[in-house]
Write a protein that binds this ligand. Sequence first.
Ligand code: N01
Length: 574
Amino acid sequence: MSPNRAVSRVGTPHDDAEQQDGSGLGLSGPLIPNVFDERTVRAMAELADVDVAIIGTGFGGLYALHKMRDELGLTVQSFEEAGGVGGTWFWNTYPGARSDTEVNAYCYLSDKNLFEEWKWSERYPKQKEILSYLNHCTDRWNLRPNIKFNTRVVKTTFNESTSRWELETDTGEKFTAQFLIEGVGLLSSTNYPDFPGQSSFRGQIYHTARWPKEEVDLRGKRIGVIGTGSSGTQVITELAPQAEHLYVFQRTPQFCVPANHGPLDPEKMKGIIEDFDSYRHSVLSSITSFGFDESPVPAMSVSPEEREAVFEEAWRQGNGFRFMFAAFSDIGVDPEANKAATDFLKKKMAQTIKDPVTLEKLTPKDYWAKRPLCNDGYFESFNRDNVSLVDVKEHPIVEFTEKGIRTDNAEYELDVIVLATGFDAVSGMYLKIDQSGLGGTTLQKKWEDRPHATYGMMAADFPNMFMIYGPMGPFTNQPPVHEWQVDWMADVIQHVRANNLATVEPSRELEENWMVSCDDIAYQTLFMKVDSWINGSNVVGKPVTNYFYMGGMGAYNELVTTSQKAGYPGFNFK
Ligand code: N01
């Protein structure tokens, strides 16, 4: 424990001795008293029958536990498969892992005191710093007694005679709850491709999202990285200077904007704190909830010179989402605007990447409509003598061998293979749990053709079941939206209880109308025209469809709040 921490009991995120599970944090008690004392919290934690069961302890699950227990006064049991809190930030410990959302929007925004007391160090914090923050929040809110760690919920069943959810865990325990909140993660279920011969490889294979907890020394190793998304570009940039040789196995090239990373601007944070409520309001009424001002100006409405100047400034400021949404209003929807942006990005790539063959292979041929990336030094990595790009569209991977990876024209000898192959996103984690609702309807059956859900938070035939950032929710930066959704869930739950009701669920009609609205918007965007996890096309056999409300957080906020104020039309309360 650092002396600083012992005195202030406010997290100092840069302590290398800090443990991944947070037990080294020295933050044993809450800074703000909870409504329950320690003994009551512990007694509640021993209950097998609770008001609310929560799955997951990432940003959403932790806030839900705090909200339901401390603000609503409900009994709560949370379940966490991992040995510590943090969700994504517990698992994704690969070299170079950090948020690529600016941190002023990558944190909880419902509590100004919390925002003010935690001192972030960098514009884009590293995994370790974010995990420290989440451990700090866990201890500040005294949440640990209500979390069962190393416990995976394997089955959830709605019992129609008791109107309660029954949960079974992989440890063989059984629980019941009136309400079930699933904060299982948009990007949690790993996409682990099964290459022929995988088990014959004599070296180590690591997936970025299941990186070993012990230190892995990759200095001087021959490393192969498969995948060039957010995880891949970060791990490649970090490992390039360390590797004896780094082979990047790229299937689809990606655009990548500089992050313009650096220390956090204290003046910016001070300004936010001074006007905190309006800052939070602006985040929750913007399109992306990334904490920057989005542009209302269409790209082709200005002169070519002005457009170039705007792109240049966006490039200088850095950040992929910022470039896409703050430069102009229509890069994600208008092919011409998108082309103007990609022409600019290609020009920058040509100025950076020295070898013309590598440049050609790294240059995307499609719209810029995968999830935008940002990273300082990604393309520069390919100018190094110890980095080689292998185009696996041109020369597909045939198999893993004892020595490495064999494509259809060469064998690459490797010590380590890093799978940066992403996730079975959005619906994947929900479908890993055996879930059944009314009349024995299973989620697996209901979502067979695509995930059907209402407002990204509930599903017809699954009463009292809530999903944090579930399918058909907004496509945004996540933490502030998680809080917003949990607050909505709390209001719904209070409505049920205040009126002595047992259950709430969206009607099928409301759900189908919501699906139609989501599709109407999504198919006007370019995100549906390019293969990626956003539309399910990254996983073999997964429905390729729309998984999001693409109308922006502001519109979503207004729509769902209006429905809330009108008494939840389309929801069945019983
Ligand atoms: O996953 P991805 P990710 N053979 O799906 C390739 C968040 N995140 O983990 O494009 C060869 O984007 C695949 O190729 P292709 C963020 O929201 C955030 O990188 O499908 N290649 C692709 O290149 C992000 O968008 C942060 O052709 C294969 C790559 O693997 C989301 O998580 C950090 C393959 C997967 O890219 C997912 O990012 C990390 C195969 N069989 C993640 N299968 C930050 O905040 C897949 N690929 C910084």
